[in-house]
Structures are given as C-alpha cells and as structure tokens.
Design a protein around this ligand. Structure first.
Ligand code: CMP
Length: 139
C-alpha cells in the first residue's frame, strides 16, 4: 500500500554535508521525497517531538543534540513507506545496523544516528502534521 512516513536528517549528518548522500539512499530504496525543508529545530519542537521519551535518561541530551545544528525534515512516499524506510535506516544503534543501511554507512553512535523515521503509520501522520501542512506535500 502507498504510504507516507516522516523522516529527519539529524544534526550529525547535516554537519557533515550528508544530506545528498542520505537522499540518494532514500531514493534508491524506491521512496519519493514529497516534502522537504531544512530548519533549525526549536527547543519546544524537539521537546514535543520526543515527548514519549521524556522520562528516559537520554532525553535532555537528545533535545540538546536535535537543536544543535540544522535538520532536514521530510515526508517520504512509496509502497509500505514506514517499514521500507526503517529497513533503509538500519538499527537505531549503528553497531547493530545491517550493511548498506544509512546508519551503518553514516551514523556515529546510538544518539548521533543520522536519521529518524516514524515507527508506525499512526505516528507518521502525527509527526508529519507537526512539521508540514497538507499544502507543503506534493505527491
Ligand atoms: P529516533 O528514531 O530519533 O528516536 C529516539 C531517539 O533517541 C533515537 O532515534 C536515538 O537517536 C535516541 N536514543 C535512543 N537511545 C539512546 C541512548 N541510549 N542514548 C542517546 N540517545 C538515544
């Protein structure tokens, strides 16, 4: 089924000029970038976005990191986009990520792991709405 998922190219990747390399992996996996914007995430946006992790020990560090440099927020569209993007990203911890995945190729650590992707279709809708209006998305 054609789906949309939400993606963030994180500060560790934008700092190293990896936006294009990551987009090539996304497109190579058959996903279309139907919306994309480079932003500096505000503290409030990062706190809201990661609200489910508020009680985790790494929450403060995560918010600091996500606001430390620009990020690229994206909407990706394609067949089974949620699962397909998770497969292309690889495991959260790059040490466990499969060969050829974005995180195996580019991530620095479990925190500085280059990309975020929605974990379900339901969360994809919520996350997309946090950063994009329907008019911004051109499928
Ligand atoms: P993401 O998919 O953006 O969703 C939650 C993020 O928390 C995750 O990617 C990691 O970057 C981060 N994270 C998970 N575990 C840790 C950890 N142990 N230390 C620091 N950051 C973490």
């Amino acid at each position: 089924m054609t789906e949309r998922t939400f993606s963030i190219i994180k500060p560790d990747a934008t700092r190293r000029n990896l936006t294009g390399a990551i987009n090539a992996l996304i497109e190579g996996a058959g996903l279309r970038i139907v919306a994309q914007r480079r932003i500096r995430m505000t503290r409030e946006q990062a706190e809201d976005f990661y609200d489910v992790h508020r009680e985790r020990p790494f929450y403060g560090e995560l918010v600091e990191f996500m606001t430390s440099a620009p990020v690229v927020v994206q909407v990706l569209e394609g067949p089974d986009a949620v699962a397909r993007y998770r497969a292309v990203m690889g495991a959260t911890n790059p040490a466990q990520a499969e060969e050829g995945t974005i995180r195996k190729l580019h991530a620095l650590s479990v925190g500085e792991n280059s990309v975020h992707g929605s974990d379900s279709l339901e969360n994809a809708k919520i996350e997309i709405a946090q950063f994009f209006d329907e008019d911004d998305i051109v499928g």
